[in-house]
Design a protein around this ligand. Structure first.
Ligand SMILES: C[C@H](O)CC(=O)C(=O)O
Ligand SMILES: [Mn+2]
Length: 336
């Protein structure tokens, strides 16, 4: 466990989900400034669903993609600025645009069984000389062995780091251990881990990933992210300090940023409540939380039933419109 851990902050990307993509330009500048000052290595800044995410399907951003990236790039003194790109939502042209504006890290994200769709995007990112990461979402939905096969494809396309992404916050510690250790034994690239805290395991799972050889770990101020949020950076850094795991972040600055700046900005507390717990318990994509909550209110059904039905249907990111259909169907059955 001697290698220094690279911290990839997602307050301004996964955190977008928790604020319905409504960070203002001033908030993006302020958060970039304090996260950079606290020592994060990479700050990811994009619509919650990545480049091109601003749409009727996922929700419109307050600030344009170009403005977000330019603001972050001109504010950060040390951190690299990263973006998320889900092939099919974002395009290679959009990637070239943010690269021209100064973004230097890209995470190409696919569902855990669909790495095939990342080939062109990973190759394009490498040809732009970007730090190129493969991001295998909903990693609990396939076996560790299958996940490894998908990771091998991303490695062959040229990804330099590959992430196990616990999008639903549904993995328990052994599930993380098995996936990361298989990657470590069989891949020649760096390994990353992205947690969601729906089962209260965000920090514990991140530590298990480090124990098994992951060297890039995601976190956000006060856990700001989809569902019950990501691993809270201030908690993660405190635990890493206690375990003598080396990193570049300052604990007090991270705590102060979370407490003084991030928490007051949250429109809804990012926390484990009955809905976010249901996400982790049933294994549903964390960014469905606010959509299911709204649909539950609109159609008069328990949002936990909506999420449970979506889990049965094995819904994946991109199928947000299904949430309404499921709510309508449940309402019809209830009112018969
Ligand atoms: C597009 C998703 O929000 C990416 C992510 O952070 C996850 O799957 O988790
Ligand atoms: Mn996430």
């Amino acid at each position: 466990m001697s290698e220094k851990i690279t911290i990839n902050d997602v307050t301004l990307r996964d955190g977008m989900h928790a604020i319905s993509h409504q960070y203002s330009k001033e908030q993006i500048a302020l958060l970039t400034e304090i996260i950079d000052d606290a020592g994060a290595d990479i700050i990811e800044v994009t619509h919650g669903d990545g480049l091109g995410g601003s749409s009727i399907q996922y929700g419109f951003s307050k600030v344009t993609e170009s403005d977000m990236i330019s603001t972050a790039v001109s504010t950060a003194k040390n951190a690299k600025i990263g973006v998320l790109l889900v092939p099919g939502i974002g395009t290679i042209d959009q990637l070239k645009n943010v690269h021209d504006l100064g973004a230097s890290v890209v995470r190409v994200a696919t569902h855990c069984t669909e790495a095939d769709v990342s080939e062109q995007h990973i190759k394009a990112a490498r040809s732009l000389n970007m730090d190129t990461v493969g991001f295998l979402m909903m990693a609990h939905r396939t076996t560790p062995e299958n996940l490894l096969e998908e990771a091998k494809k991303m490695e062959a396309y040229g990804a330099q780091t590959i992430y196990v992404v616990d999008s639903a916050g549904a993995l328990t510690m052994d599930g993380v251990r098995r996936r990361v250790s298989l990657f470590k034994e069989n891949l020649g690239v760096s390994i990353g881990f992205h947690a969601h805290n729906n089962l209260s395991l965000g920090v514990a799972n991140s530590i298990v990933a480090i124990e098994e050889g992951a060297t890039r770990i995601d976190g956000s101020l006060a856990g700001m992210g989809a569902g019950a949020g990501n691993a809270s950076l201030e908690q993660l850094i405190a635990v890493m300090n206690k375990l003598d795991i080396s990193h570049n972040m300052d604990l007090y600055k991270t705590m102060d940023a979370a407490e003084n700046i991030m928490k007051p900005m949250m429109p809804r507390p990012v926390q484990i409540d009955r809905l976010s717990l249901t996400l982790g318990y049933t294994g549903v994509y964390s960014s469905f939380l606010l959509f299911a909550e709204r649909a539950g209110k609109e159609y008069g059904v328990d949002a936990r039933d909506i999420l449970t039905r979506l889990a049965e249907l094995e819904a994946v990111g991109g199928q947000e419109d299904w949430i309404i259909t499921v709510a309508q169907e449940l309402a019809l059955v209830q009112n018969k």
